[in-house]
Design a protein around this ligand. Structure first.
Ligand SMILES: [Zn+2]
Length: 539
């Protein structure tokens, strides 16, 4: 690199990193900053950055998140004002923890770059106060295998820089944001064992970049959609947390942000509806609602220029941390209140209360106004109707925003589930997600309901290597002589609604759906006659 290149970098840094210290050590510049926003960081460069950061400050400690099948290691930073290095220290002093991750879809690199800049500004710049009331965990590069499979062919509809980005899928060929229930990927297992179950973050932030709709916001966001669980954490995130962050993004940074969604030009112009993604806990952010914790999906606008996308992601993460730092005690108490209320609900209403396990998307009752690029219609040379995007930005008022989830199938929430001893793989999966399961020490008579499977639908096409299952049938009052060695899942625990969603036979994102019961069901002859669902629910 010649001296004029250094001068350019200097100018860029002064312009975009106004909050940073006057002199940034060269090894704490990110790859986009060093390349005039032409390239994104490799996995090795992320590791070198985190190690360099740790050598400059005792506010940061670096630990291993996981090592992939392809031998790539992902690190995460533990940022704290006291130089905490272990979870024991955090627990001892009851420090609230926030976890942010970037690059789960490794073509969507903006979170990765923004989070590294944020680490630098927390440990060396003016942002140290963000650690006054919280511990911040940051994993900039959650999909290191995908990150390094660089090609010009990926994300071609996006504004062209960085020219080469990695793949959406992981090295093990998983979409890591569809793996929250089955947790097959080494990355997901590392996330659960080293972050979620270990640190129990009060807030999780998952950073993406959009796939195409030309709305005109710099960034869109969503809370956890988890309609089966306790509503308190989502209500707080949706009604208090995110609106405050949205206001700050405009007032402090002049950035437009709004709720995540898409419209389709196939439905005509102007759009008649704007819709979010769905509610399944396979999406990491959605699962946290069922875990009584807060979570935020961040989606940088794919059609902004690269430096703008990074800046939007940076400021969004910054404003989230501003809010969580100022409101750490409130967030903790909303989460803990939801945990306590969940257990109380089970104690009082098990066997009576019903919850949804299949849903349809409905418009929100609140009015929604969409900021978007405008289009005009024209007929092409074959007289086919087509749309031309204009450079003008318009507001579409009172657009139905499909972001509520109405149950289309309900089931009774029990006091517990009994899993036969031979289904140990189910027990292992529950434990991986942090659910407490006990082994029966003696034979016990249980009163409740069994589910009789009357039909099974197996999806023709594989999704994430699975031909998904849907069961239909009926519950019937019944008794079960549970045997010593069988497993009991007592619902009087924080994860009760997640347990419900995983173990109910008709759940649209439970363990049955992801083939965990296949071996048993086929052995029992489910294709030929009625079969009892092996998990019994009792009250
Ligand atoms: Zn994504």
């Amino acid at each position: 690199m010649n001296s004029s290149a250094f001068a350019i970098i200097g100018l860029i840094c002064l312009f975009f990193i106004a909050e940073s210290p006057a002199q940034i050590p060269f090894n704490l510049l990110t790859t986009p900053e060093k390349t005039n926003y032409d390239s994104t960081s490799s996995s090795d460069e992320v590791i070198q950055f985190l190690k360099a950061a740790a050598s400059y400050s005792d506010k940061i400690h670096v630990d291993t998140l996981f090592t992939t099948a392809q031998g790539n290691t992902a690190l995460y930073a533990i940022l704290s004002k006291n130089g905490i290095t272990t979870v024991q220290q955090a627990v001892q002093e009851d420090w609230p923890v926030v976890y942010l991750q970037g690059n789960i879809h490794a073509g969507e690199v903006e979170g990765k770059e923004a989070l590294m800049q944020l680490i630098r500004d927390i440990i060396m710049g003016s942002k140290a106060y963000l650690l006054d009331h919280q511990i911040v965990l940051i994993a900039p590069n959650y999909n290191p295998d995908g990150n390094d499979k660089l090609s010009e062919m990926h994300r071609r509809s996006q504004e062209h820089c960085p020219h080469r980005v990695g793949t959406r899928r992981s090295g093990g060929d998983y979409d890591l944001n569809r793996d929250g229930v089955k947790t097959e990927a080494v990355e997901t297992r590392g996330l659960f064992s080293n972050i979620i179950l270990k640190w129990d973050p009060m807030l999780v932030v998952d950073m993406h970049t959009t796939n195409g709709t030309w709305h005109a916001n710099h960034l869109t966001y969503a809370p956890s959609y988890h309609s089966a669980g306790h509503p308190a954490t989502t209500e707080y995130t949706k009604n208090i947390f995110l609106p405050t962050v949205q206001k700050m993004m405009w007032q402090k940074h002049q950035l437009h942000t709004d709720s995540y969604g898409n419209y389709s030009l196939r439905d005509g112009w102007p759009p008649q509806k704007y819709y979010t993604y769905n509610h399944h806990p396979r999406y990491l952010v959605n699962q946290f609602g069922l875990r009584n914790r807060m979570a935020i999906l961040s989606e940088t606008f794919a059609h902004d220029k690269f430096y703008q996308r990074i800046q939007s992601a940076y400021n969004f993460a910054l404003e989230i941390l501003e809010f969580s730092n100022q409101n750490a005690q409130t967030i903790q108490s909303v989460n803990r209140g939801a945990s306590a209320a969940t257990i109380e609900l089970i104690e009082k209403n098990a066997g009576i209360m019903q919850r949804g396990l299949r849903f349809e998307m409905m418009p929100d009752t609140l009015p929604f106004s969409l900021r978007t690029y405008d289009y005009i219609q024209y007929k092409d040379s074959l007289s086919k109707l087509n749309y031309l995007r204009l450079p003008t930005i318009i507001e579409i008022e009172d657009l139905p925003y499909y972001s509520l989830f109405k149950p289309t199938k309900l089931a009774t929430v029990p006091l517990g589930y009994c899993i036969p001893a031979h289904l140990e793989s189910i027990v292992q999966q529950l434990k991986r997600l942090g659910i407490v399961v006990q082994e029966l020490k003696s034979d016990t008579l249980l009163q409740g309901e069994k589910f009789i499977i009357e039909s099974i639908d197996v999806a023709e096409n594989a999704f994430e290597h699975h031909n998904m299952i849907q069961l239909e049938g009926k519950f019937r009052p019944s008794r079960l002589n549970a045997r010593q060695g069988d497993y009991l899942v007592d619902m009087r625990q924080n994860l009760a609604f997640l347990i419900f969603y995983l173990l109910e036979p008709q759940s649209d994102d439970g363990l049955t759906r992801w083939n965990f019961m296949d071996k048993y069901l086929h052995k029992a002859g489910v294709l030929h006659h009625k079969v009892d669902y092996p998990v019994f629910k009792f009250w």
